[in-house]
Ligand binder design. Sequence first.
Ligand SMILES: *Cc1c(COP(=O)(O)O)cnc(C)c1O
Length: 353
Amino acid sequence: MKVHNFFAGPAILPQPVINQAAKAMINFEGMNLSILEISHRSKQFEAVMNKAVSLVKELLSLNDDYEVLFLTGGASSQFYFTAMNLLDDGETASYLDTGTWSTKAIAEAKRFGNVEVVASSKDKNFNYIPKNYSVPANSKYLHLTSNNTIYGTQLHQLPATEVPIVCDMSSDIFSRPIDSNKYGLIYCGAQKNMGPAGTTLVIVNKNMLGKVKREIPTMLNYETHIKKNSSFNTPPVYAIYVSMLTMQWVKDNGGLKAMAKRNQAKADLLYGEIDRNPMFVGSAAKEDRSLMNVTFLLKDDSKNDAFLEACAAANCVGVKGHRSVGGFRASIYNAMPIESVEVLVEVMRKFEG
Ligand SMILES: *Cc1c(COP(=O)(O)O)cnc(C)c1O
């Protein structure tokens, strides 16, 4: 039975990746051992780590200023990691407030320095991306959330600023080409668009580091992990392995340009139906709509349960919206085939009656 997986995260992975990961769980690289029971210092796992790092660099066309780390603690730990490593006492960092995750990032950064919230879309329950704000030139960095997983909004253009950008890309990493040189640091939890839960990707421009005076605990210092190729302590071996396979799948399927094209086609199909079908309305401002998380409402919300039942009958799972928006959310990450989106659109059409 084919299940159409619209969960927001942990989320869909490509079927060939799942198959390969299952094999490695039993017998990894002909070692007659499971990948779960081998040393992270084995040459077989070192090869996985190196491949994962090189795939990140290749997919994003990073230059030699950038270091790539696979850490733990999720994107949520990066909310404090970033400020602790980049922002000194008395210095200012700018933050764009576009939802729950950026609000949490702001709260953590305030522990380490001054935070300037340059704009917020809280006034409309974060259903749009603020524009036309200015970033103080003395900011150490500007923190952005590129895709707001809960609200279904996405940044389609970077603000014009010389200030280095620190970006939470948890839910749209590898979904489209980016201008990587504009970023001082990128982080993401793997479990939305990059792999399984358990590892956190950090991409950092080396020139950003070593500038704060505070003493940083060893494990919370990016430089510790850079020096040891993310193996200062035991890394999350399996999560890194499956992320590596997923990045290889992205590459084999045409890289980020091809992903962007596929993702646009899926989003056009689903938003097209939301806009056509008189029963539904999109929750996010049109120009800021996310290509990853499509949020929408029934105009008559007494029909919500009936719609979810219709989804379930068509084997569409994970469509219930986040509690802070209500309604529905269909997450259509890289690995989601357009056929699954077609099934959901058909459910919406039939629901119209
Ligand atoms: C899910 C999510 C997070 C939190 O990630 P964890 O890995 O669970 O800490 C942060 N930011 C964004 C944009 C997310 O989608």
